[in-house]
Ligand binder design. Structure first.
Ligand SMILES: Cc1ncc(COP(=O)(O)O)c(C=O)c1O
Length: 397
């Protein structure tokens, strides 16, 4: 008899692995009391726990049948409407699009794979990129191509030299143009216009992941606004994980109306939304919690980012390079000549954890970068963390 393991589908075995990013994040969490510059999950001190608890109580006390039944596949109508208004207030062009709710951004990306991708369809992504977003897409196609962020610019400039070759037969371009994960880069107007110029008149769907815009405000318009202007197909994606809590699993996307029925069919396959979570979020939005959180979090992260950059200047400027204009929850640091995987293990001994940068690269073998996150620790611990990384670096080299 064949072993049970051999009965696992070839598709799963060949295309799916446990998240390479989470391997390191989990390792850091295993060390109690460690300074955690690895995770992108905000600490509970940043979550609106009181408002959450009030909203849960309100839904439960209401005993409403609607809140305790199965979810509609694309989310409850009232919340879809509220989120559309929320997106509009962030400057997103919502006209002509349907808003759908997903059980987290990764669920929406999985739906995009289900709806748009056949076996040999090509997907383009930036490199480095948020690798966990690519994993659901890899389940549907083997064919992922990359547009590099240049090492010479400390990964702050998207290299569009090969875009015509790469895009010639691509169906989907997944991009994080604002406060990118893992680099923190926000594309300037010139880069945004260049992307648009190359996307025009192609059978390609842009997928703009704009998860960080609400917290890290920018004057650059979302790409979707330009897509509307130039007739480019676009799906706009955002998540409430960083504003409320990742545990609610709540994200949303604006999709072209012609695709709505297909997304509904795809989401019906496993119906992963939580009706209860949606009603809880609806109450919080109606009470104005979302906007209050955003301005609160913007100030906190601004101050943490300053602490991170200042401490890098103080403790690591003789060895490390980074993009000082980065404005987001993460910063990608390059330490030429240093294997950051080794530095990771050495740093754990000093009581600090980060993510070695190689996990964010799909094609290039890059061993000398690391991602620092400001999601979890306050200013004092961020500074102490950087100091400890510099000590680990001295011990290692
Ligand atoms: C760019 C980006 N998109 C999406 C997500 C995850 O969103 P969700 O928690 O809704 O799956 C993250 C999380 O770090 C992210 O960095």
């Amino acid at each position: 008899m064949t072993s049970l393991k051999e009965l696992v589908s070839k598709r799963l075995r060949s295309r799916v692995t446990y998240s390479p990013l989470d391997v390191y994040v989990d390792e850091v969490f295993r060390h109690k009391g460690i300074i955690n510059l690895a995770t992108g999950s905000p600490s509970t001190s940043l979550m609106p726990l009181k408002e959450l608890s009030d909203a849960v109580r309100e839904v439960v006390d209401s005993c409403s049948n609607e809140a305790f039944t199965y979810p509609p596949p694309l989310g409850i109508k009232e919340l879809r409407h509220e989120l559309k208004t929320f997106a509009k207030e962030l400057g997103v062009n919502v006209e002509g699009y349907d808003l759908i709710i997903g059980a987290g951004a990764l669920h929406i990306i999985d739906l995009i794979g289900k709806v748009l991708l056949d076996e040999n369809d090509c997907v383009i992504v930036e490199e480095p990129t948020y690798i966990e977003a690519i994993m659901p897409l890899k389940f549907y196609t083997n064919y992922i191509d990359t547009l590099p962020l240049d090492e010479g610019s400390n990964y702050s400039k998207l290299n569009l030299k090969n875009i015509d070759r790469v895009c010639s037969n691509a169906k989907v371009f997944y991009t994080i143009p604002t406060s990118q994960n893992p680099t923190g880069v926000t594309y300037d107007e010139h880069t945004r216009n260049d992307i648009i110029r190359h996307m025009k008149d192609r059978n390609i769907v842009m997928v703009e992941d704009d998860t960080y815009r609400s917290i890290f405000r920018t004057n650059y318009e979302p790409i979707i606004n330009k897509c509307v202007k130039y007739g480019i197909r676009c799906i706009y994606l955002s998540s409430l994980s960083k504003i409320l809590t990742p545990s609610l699993r709540l994200a949303y996307a604006l999709i072209p109306k012609e695709l709505t029925e297909f997304f509904a069919e795809a989401s019906f396959l496993n119906l992963p939304l939580s009706t209860l979570a949606m009603y809880v979020v609806l109450i919080m939005i109606k009470k104005g919690v979302l906007f209050k959180r955003i301005s609160h979090l913007s100030k906190i992260f601004e101050s943490r980012l300053k602490a991170l950059k200042d401490s890098l200047t103080e403790y690591l400027s003789d060895r490390a390079l980074w993009n000082d204009d980065a404005y987001g929850m993460y910063l990608l640091i390059r330490i030429p000549g240093v294997d950051t995987e080794k530095l990771f293990w050495r740093s754990l001994k000093e009581g600090v954890g980060f993510v070695p940068g190689h996990v964010f690269f799909l094609k290039r073998e890059v061993r000398d970068t690391l991602r620092l996150s400001i999601a979890f620790e306050d200013e004092e611990r961020i500074v102490e963390g950087v100091k400890r990384i510099s000590k680990a670096l001295k011990d290692l080299t």
